[in-house]
Design a protein around this ligand. Structure first.
Ligand code: SAH
Length: 230
C-alpha cells in the first residue's frame, strides 16, 4: 500500500474505532449503567479479540464493530441491572460472591460483557462447542477477567460443585428447554433473553412461574424481551 493510502486506511480505522466507542458510551448511558473503571476499554478489547478470531472461527455473524457494539455488547448489558437486582449479595461486598451460569455462552455472550460490567459477581460460561470454548478461554485470559471461569461440556451432564445463584441464557432454544437444562444446577432466577414476546414458549411452561419485561437495547432496532423463570 502506498503511504497516502496507508494513512487514509489508518484514518478510516480510527474513525470506525471512535464510532464504536461512541455507540458504547451512549448506549451504556442510555441503559443507566455506571461501569467500573476500565470496563469500557475491556469491552472494546473483547470486540477486538472477537474480530480477530471471527475470521478463522466464524463465531458470530459478521458486521461492523459499531453494529457488534449494539447487537452484542449493549444487548448483553441490557440485563446487567436486572441481574444485579435479582442476585442475592450482588452489590454487597461483604457477602460471598454470587455465582451466575451463562448456559450456551457461544462466544461469551452475554457472560463476558456482564462479567466486565459486574465484577462483584462470578460467572461460569458453559458451552458444548470446543472452538467457542477455546475463544472464551482466550478472551478471559487476554482481558484478565478474574471473575470468569469457562467450562466445556453439554448442560445435560454438567455437575457444578454447588448450585448457581442465577443463570443467564441468550439464543439457546425454547424456554421449556432452557428450564429443563438449567433447573438441575441453578437454585435462583433464570434470565432468558428473547426477541419478540415469546407467547407460545411461555404457554409451554405448564404453569411454572415467570415474569416478562420488554428490554430496550440502545442502537438496536429490534424487539427484545427478558423472561425471568423463577
Ligand atoms: N449465547 C450465545 C450463543 C448462542 S448459540 C449468543 O447469544 O451469541 C447457542 C450456543 O449454545 C451454541 O454455542 C451451542 O454450542 C450451545 N449449546 C446449545 N445447547 C447446549 C447444551 N445442551 N449444552 C451446552 N451448550 C449448548
Amino acid at each position: 500500500m502506498e503511504a497516502g493510502a496507508a494513512s487514509l486506511a489508518a484514518a478510516a480505522a480510527a474513525r470506525a474505532g471512535a464510532r464504536t466507542r461512541a455507540v458504547l458510551a451512549a448506549g451504556t448511558g442510555a441503559l443507566g449503567l455506571a461501569l467500573p473503571p476500565g470496563a469500557e476499554e475491556r469491552l472494546l478489547s473483547f470486540l477486538a479479540e472477537l474480530r480477530r478470531w471471527n475470521r478463522a472461527y466464524n463465531l458470530v455473524a459478521d458486521a461492523p464493530d459499531a453494529a457488534w457494539a449494539a447487537s452484542h455488547l449493549l444487548d448483553s448489558l441490557s440485563i446487567a441491572a436486572p441481574l444485579r437486582d435479582l442476585v442475592p449479595g450482588g452489590g454487597d461486598r461483604d457477602a460471598p460472591a454470587a455465582r451466575v451460569l451463562d448456559l450456551g455462552t457461544g462466544a461469551g455472550l452475554p457472560g463476558i460483557p456482564l462479567a466486565i460490567a459486574l465484577p462483584e459477581l462470578r460467572f461460569v460460561l458453559l458451552d458444548g462447542n470446543g472452538k467457542k470454548v477455546r475463544f472464551c478461554r482466550h478472551a478471559v485470559a487476554a482481558l484478565g477477567l478474574a471473575n470468569v471461569e469457562v467450562a466445556e461440556g453439554r448442560a445435560e451432564g454438567f455437575a457444578p460443585c454447588a448450585p448457581f445463584d442465577a443463570a443467564v441464557v441468550r439464543a439457546v432454544g425454547s424456554l421449556a428447554r432452557i428450564r429443563a437444562l438449567v433447573r438441575p444446577c441453578c437454585r435462583g432466577p433464570v434470565l432468558a433473553m428473547k426477541g419478540r414476546h415469546p407467547a407460545r414458549e411461555l404457554a409451554e411452561l405448564d404453569g411454572a412461574p415467570f415474569e416478562v419485561a420488554p428490554l430496550r437495547v440502545p442502537g438496536l432496532d429490534a424487539e427484545r424481551h427478558l423472561v425471568i423463570l423463577r
